[in-house]
Design a protein. Sequence first.
Length: 168
Amino acid sequence: MSTTINETGQYITFKLGNELFAINVAQVREVLELPQITKVPTAPGYMRGVVNVRGKAIPVIDLRLKFGLPSTPDTVNSRIVVLELELDGETTVVGGIADSVHEVIELEPGQINPPPRIAMRWRTELIQGMGKRGDEFIIILDINRVFVSAETALLETAAAEAPALPAA
């Protein structure tokens, strides 16, 4: 069951295809232009590889593939959203590639509805709520649930097995 949002929060918005998503800014470390991504041979298909962020290998997920969208070539607007997640009681840092990152917005609880139970393209357990701003809907992700514990081990293994990265 998703957590209900009952206080005003700040969210960073990004697009995957034509859909607008949001993640609570408290979980976002930074937004990066696409650097060189080092591939990891044993990684799942949605994992692009690892990037060097201040000397640490950070696993990078293609959010389009993670959500079952078709892969598209990166563009000048593609960004990596570096996230700090709480998974299995441990802090994990992971990057997610978005088609574009837009802005930080503030949403009040009255602007957020629970996700619809049926006819949703996205798995509702991954969605904290549906924000509304003007005529636009914003899918607010429960980003910790997007990365489940079984994947945490895969991400950590891939980062550990990654070849040594040159300093950026």
